[in-house]
Structures are given as C-alpha cells and as structure tokens.
Design a protein around this ligand. Structure first.
Ligand code: FES
Length: 107
C-alpha cells in the first residue's frame, strides 16, 4: 500500500493508504477526503481534482502533461508550479508518503 497525506485548506491532515496503480483522486474519494470532487471520474475533463503537490514530492510525481495544462486553465483555484490534476498521479511505491494540498474552492 502507498501512504498519501491530504492537507485540507485549513491545515487538517489526513493520511490514508492507497493501492499501487490507483490514482490520487480516486484514493481521496474512496476515503471520503473533502477537497477533491473528481466530477469526470478521472478522464481529465473537469479540473475538480486539482491539488498542489508538496514541493518535496514534485520531482517524484513528475511534470504535468499537455492535457493537464489545458484543463487546469479551468480550475476554480489558483494554479501554481506544483499544481496537478490528482487523477493523473498514479500511486507507486516511489510515492509512499506523498503529500498533497487541497484548494478551498473544491470543498
Ligand atoms: S477527475 Fe476530472 S480532471 Fe481529474
């Protein structure tokens, strides 16, 4: 299992375990994490799964792909250099301990 810590806009941290191969959006929904909506089910059509990857993990999660950049233009909250669509981050053992920050606008 892969541990992921979700940090809500108010600083509340929730750590859960996800299956390798699952994505960060689905893992949040499976664990009732507030702050990720995932309206399109992970098909990169909504940007309601926007998160900010902790700077310390940004290299490991990798860069955004072109489709993410386009979709993030529709995000309700500010986009930063570590913004990702959480449905596009797949959990692997390398990401064990991953931390992501969730925008207030998605609560
Ligand atoms: S869930 Fe819709 S873009 Fe990620």
């Amino acid at each position: 299992m892969v541990k992921v810590t979700y940090v809500a806009f108010d600083g509340t941290e929730t750590t859960v375990e996800g299956e390798p191969g699952a994505n960060v959006m689905q893992t949040a929904l499976d664990n009732n994490i507030e702050g990720i909506v995932g309206e399109c089910g992970g098909s990169m059509m909504c940007a309601t799964c926007h998160c900010h990857v902790d700077e310390a993990w940004a290299d490991k999660t990798g860069p955004r792909n072109d489709g993410e950049d386009d979709m993030l233009e529709c995000a309700a909250s500010e986009v930063t250099s570590t913004s990702r669509l959480s449905c596009q981050i797949k959990l692997t053992s390398d990401l064990d301990g991953l931390r992501v920050y969730l925008p207030e606008e998605q609560v």
